[in-house]
Ligand binder design. Structure first.
Ligand SMILES: NC(=O)C1=CN([C@@H]2O[C@H](COP(=O)(O)OP(=O)(O)OC[C@H]3O[C@@H](n4cnc5c(N)ncnc54)[C@H](O)[C@@H]3O)[C@@H](O)[C@H]2O)[C@H](O)CC1
Ligand SMILES: [K+]
Length: 532
């Protein structure tokens, strides 16, 4: 499902009105009606129920006033509390305020002296709150009276239906810089806004409903930009197995990974690739751990390579890897390699010559982590990611990078992961565009950016923040690439399935005891849910 910024939504609105003649007042009426319908569903009917509608002075408040009118029409007792002066409510919202008044209904004003006490009393009796304070026009932080109002609503524990977006959440970033409504349901109009699917905004949204408000289909269904991953989208990408399929059809993953102290990383990634349906998997590791690595999964072939005194791959391993590569359809490079200088050198020497799709993870990425690149910052100190890609990345359209924020920061020469976290979407998109590769930026709401298109993954949970889960993801990506998926869809589908396996595992085991190995147990169920 496409996800938009506030500006993109405004443009859709503008074109709906100017090009198609769908009036703003009609859109607002539909929006308010959809909110009313959601409230009716949540309360199981509204007759005799008490509802508080918090209305801002913008169009979000206008939608709230329409909802208030429909609630009244169906027998609810409705209190509308307005933030700001009634005279400031203009345009379509002003028209709806006027209708509310002509219906003989009272208006409570947030700036009145005893407004907060009144609200607190009303909250005790109310069945539900409609939050129409701020919508896509909101930026920054909520202050003053509205701050107290939001705190009172959140403390009340009553169900809250947010109109378009919970107030206090920024539509473009999901940032929450001050108090913000904790909604139980959000009814958003036309298309979801980025702030509803990116953290921390996503956590404030509750159950998300996307309501049709008569925006013309060609405007809503336009291609490009950002997409929220859904089961339907991922299902369409997954390889189908025809009756006459043989193992050659599903590719051969060569995984170069592991070191004396990190056999598990290599094994987890290799098993994940096999469970994802790759026809063949060869795990190439330092010679001294080959036997141990081979013992975990009989279906996986192994290759023992020359190693350093520290038990990590040595530069001498290059020849054997290159000899093997013509048989491989995908190379996955990185899990458990360590940052040993000689092993890093091997990675840097190897990558430029690779002619198959490649997943670069963990220490494979760290091998390219450069020093500070000052040119990558704008005047505000924000990374802009317009650097040239590291040497080995050039001319590699089929390269998938899977950094967590720390690895991303090192790759870009930034000081800390926090700089990446402050603008996850921007960093992932600019890096993918500048380096012409696919970037999987891991973390809560993993982002998969390819040049011109980004996927946002809704699956997964904090239980997955544990060693080895990244290795599993690398294996799943490699397994899907081996079966012929394009890099963007392979990485996006992998992120979705990996997170889903984590959610299924957490549902049975809880989050604390979740181990990376459990993801392997639940991957089959995650695939199965999508008919694979
Ligand atoms: N197709 C649609 O999606 C439709 C959407 N509608 C609704 O309209 C709002 C957007 O309306 P807009 O008037 O542009 O903005 P808001 O209602 O969000 O009002 C913002 C209001 O608040 C002020 N403001 C901004 N930041 C702050 C702050 N930090 N502190 C205080 N005040 C702030 C700003 O200046 C504005 O005055 C959309 O969400 C939908 O709900 C249409 O009704 C139907 C079509
Ligand atoms: K709102």
């Amino acid at each position: 499902m496409r996800v938009v910024t506030a500006a993109e939504m405004r443009e859709i609105d503008r074109r709906a009105t100017e090009e198609y003649g769908v009036l703003g007042l009609v859109l607002m009426e539909n929006a308010g009606l959809k909110v009313f319908e959601c409230v009716r569903r949540v309360l199981g009917g509204v007759d005799g129920k008490q509802v508080i509608v918090l209305a801002g002075k913008g169009n979000n408040g206008g939608d709230g006033l329409v909802a208030a009118r429909h609630l009244l029409q169906h027998g609810a007792r409705v209190k509308v509390m307005l933030s700001g002066e009634p005279a400031d409510v203009t345009g379509d919202a002003g028209i709806n305020l006027e209708i509310w008044k002509r219906l003989g209904q009272r208006l409570y004003l947030m700036q009145d002296r005893n407004a907060i006490q009144l609200l607190q009393l009303a909250l005790m009796q109310t069945d539900l709150v409609v939050d129409a304070l701020f919508g896509t026009g909101f930026r920054g932080e909520i202050r003053d009276r509205a701050r107290k109002v939001i705190e009172a609503v959140n403390e009340s524990g009553k169900p809250v239906v947010a109109v378009d977006i919970p107030s206090g959440v920024e539509a473009d970033t999901g940032a929450v810089r001050g108090p913000a409504i904790q909604a139980t349901h959000t009814v958003t109009f036309g298309l979801p806004k980025l702030g509803l699917v990116l953290e921390p905004g996503a956590g404030r949204t509750g159950e998300l409903h996307v309501a049709d408000i008569s925006l013309p289909r060609p405007l809503v269904e336009a291609e490009g930009g950002r997409y929220l991953l859904t089961p339907a989208l991922v299902r369409d990408w997954l390889p189908r197995r025809e009756a006459e399929a043989h193992k050659g059809r599903f590719g051969h993953v060569l995984l170069v990974a592991g070191s004396r102290g990190m056999v598990g990383a290599a094994v987890l990634a290799a098993r994940a690739a096999a469970l994802t349906g790759a026809g063949l998997v060869t795990l190439a590791v330092p010679r001294s751990i080959q036997n141990v690595a081979a013992g975990f999964q009989p279906e996986i072939m192994t290759l023992g390579l020359p190693e350093t005194g520290a038990g990590t791959l040595s530069r001498a391993a290059r020849e054997q890897i290159e000899e093997f590569l013509p048989r491989a359809s995908v190379l996955a490079l990185g899990p458990g390699l360590t940052t040993h200088p000689e092993t890093a050198e091997l990675v840097r020497e190897l990558l430029p010559g690779v002619r198959v799709p490649c997943v670069l993870d963990a220490d494979g990425l760290n091998a390219f982590g450069g020093g500070e690149r000052e040119t990558d910052r704008n005047s505000a100190g924000t990374p802009v990611g317009e650097s040239l890609p590291p040497g080995g990345f050039r001319e590699k359209p089929d390269l998938v990078l899977t950094p967590h924020p720390g690895e991303m920061a090192r790759l870009l020469g930034l000081k800390s992961a926090a700089e990446v976290q402050a603008d996850r979407l921007g960093v992932a998109e600019r890096t993918a565009a500048a380096w012409r590769c696919t970037v999987v930026l891991k973390g809560a709401r993993t982002l998969v950016a390819e040049p011109g298109k980004t996927y946002i993954n809704p699956t997964g949970n904090p239980g997955m923040a544990t060693g080895g889960t990244g290795d599993v993801l690398t294996g799943v990506i490699a397994g899907l690439l081996a079966q012929g998926l394009e890099p963007g869809p392979a990485a996006a589908a992998a992120a979705f399935l990996h997170g889903r396996a984590g959610d299924l595992a957490a549902a049975e085991r809880g989050q604390a005891s979740l181990l990376a190995g459990n993801l392997l147990e639940y991957l089959p169920a995650a695939f199965h849910e999508l008919g694979a």
